[in-house]
Design a protein around this ligand. Structure first.
Ligand code: HEC
Length: 151
């Protein structure tokens, strides 16, 4: 009698453990509040972005086209390891694009895309780049303004 009570108690304990484990896994997978907060990043500057300069940054300093394809026919080489940026202005809000450029690793920890406006928490930074970002705040805004025109 006593042993069957124990068996039931242990089984119930395991069941509760399993259910709360499954719960935790579900919570981890669902896009949570934090995702929505970080993916809506406010503008980095007061000056609105300049799409013409943004397109230039995309092709030069940003090296975005080494991974991405974009609707820039005058550029001969485009990468194909990242999503085509055509139509990105319809898929993503400016605040979401900004987050992906500033620090994509917050959203996609394993991404190969560099963090273009992050100074801390980077690995093996060359001396010349210590404390510097790849793009300035204004350049990030310019790129976001350009990408927003790609509807
Ligand atoms: C080393 C490769 C690489 C470089 C360089 C790179 N990206 Fe990306 N980018 C990616 C990958 C891969 C993804 C897909 C999501 C992921 O894995 O992060 C992505 C995703 C994006 C997205 C989201 C696209 C979508 O449709 O969801 C945007 C916007 C973006 N990149 C913009 C840029 C801009 C702007 C630059 C240059 C300043 C740039 N990327 C440079 C690899 C790169």
């Amino acid at each position: 009698m006593r042993s069957s009570f124990l068996t039931v108690a242990v089984a119930a304990g395991i069941a509760v453990g399993l259910v709360s484990g499954a719960d935790a896994a579900a919570r981890k997978k669902a896009p949570d509040r934090e995702y929505f907060e970080v993916s809506r990043m406010a503008p980095l500057t007061d000056k609105p972005g300049d799409p013409v300069n943004g397109k230039k940054v995309l092709r030069t300093t940003g090296l975005c086209l080494s991974c991405h394809t974009a609707p820039i026919p005058e550029e001969p080489d485009h990468g194909d390891v990242a999503p085509d940026l055509a139509g990105v202005g319809s898929r993503l809000q400016p605040a979401e694009m900004r987050m992906r450029i500033v620090d994509p690793k917050v959203l996609f920890p394993d991404t190969i895309m560099p963090s273009f406006h992050k100074k801390e928490g980077l690995n093996r930074v060359a001396k010349a780049w210590e404390g510097k970002t790849i793009l300035t705040a204004q350049e990030v805004e310019d790129v976001v303004a350009y990408l927003s025109t790609l509807k």
